[in-house]
Design a binder for this molecule. Structure first.
Ligand SMILES: O=C(O)COP(=O)(O)O
Ligand SMILES: [Mg+2]
Length: 221
């Protein structure tokens, strides 16, 4: 399987628990000769800036696939329906204290502090056309029609690269469909069990050091 592109998560993958960026992982990503696409639950202004500072592709997957950006100075392509997410938020507000994160910058989803039990909350908003994702850093009420994996297919098509020739690396449940869409999926050692179960490779080292380990193991650096 020839790797022609890499789609990589940010928080918990190239960053640690305190969201500090792993510089060894940055150096490794800069050595790659194929496009490297950040794929994050975070907002597009964060993702585009991170991509520029790290030195990877200006193409970024944001808001768990609800927003895609192709150019640093371009516009966002919004794929998710935020109205559906707001309706689900109102249902959760009836039961929980909710704290919104970066809502003014979010175009396709609602992001919340992890202040209530996910399994219980999921039942309250079932059949509303949304999903509740736990990235380990925040909860996301996202449009059920979007995902990091669907966004990767969209980008791969635009790039003329078969999505099967992508490597995907992640750490949590919001990366499951990203790893499933790619030809090769890697979970770093600190990843959720659910991600490790569907990964092709699980690294022995966590976070950014796991990224370096995976790229070396796959012969990409
Ligand atoms: O925004 C989050 O909750 C975590 O972001 P991630 O998808 O880059 O891990
Ligand atoms: Mg993550």
């Amino acid at each position: 399987m020839e790797i022609k592109g890499v789609a990589i998560d940010i928080d918990g993958t190239i960053t640690d628990r305190k969201r500090r960026l792993n510089c060894r992982a940055v150096e490794a990503l800069r050595k790659l000769e194929v496009p490297v696409v950040l794929a994050t639950g975070n907002i597009s202004c964060f993702a585009r800036t991170a991509a520029k500072l790290i030195g990877v592709s200006d193409i970024v997957i944001c808001e768990n696939g609800g927003v895609v950006r192709f150019d640093y100075d371009g516009d966002d392509t919004v794929l998710g329906n935020k109205e559906k997410c707001y309706k689900a938020l109102e249902v959760l507000r009836e039961k929980y204290e909710v704290v919104l994160l970066d809502d003014v910058y979010r175009k396709s989803e609602v992001c919340l502090r992890r202040t209530f039990p996910k399994d219980e909350a999921e039942k309250l908003i079932a059949r509303m056309g949304v999903k509740l994702l736990d990235s380990g850093f925040a909860y996301h009420i996202a449009d059920a029609e979007v995902s990091k994996g669907k966004a990767l297919r969209f980008i791969a098509d635009r790039l003329g690269i078969d999505v099967e020739n992508f490597l995907a690396i992640g750490d949590s449940e919001n990366d499951i469909d990203l790893l499933e869409a790619a030809g090769v999926g890697v979970a770093v050692a600190n990843a959720d069990l659910k991600l490790k179960e569907i990964a092709d490779v699980v690294t022995s080292r966590p976070n950014g050091d796991g990224v370096v380990e995976a790229l070396e193991f796959l012969g990409l650096i």
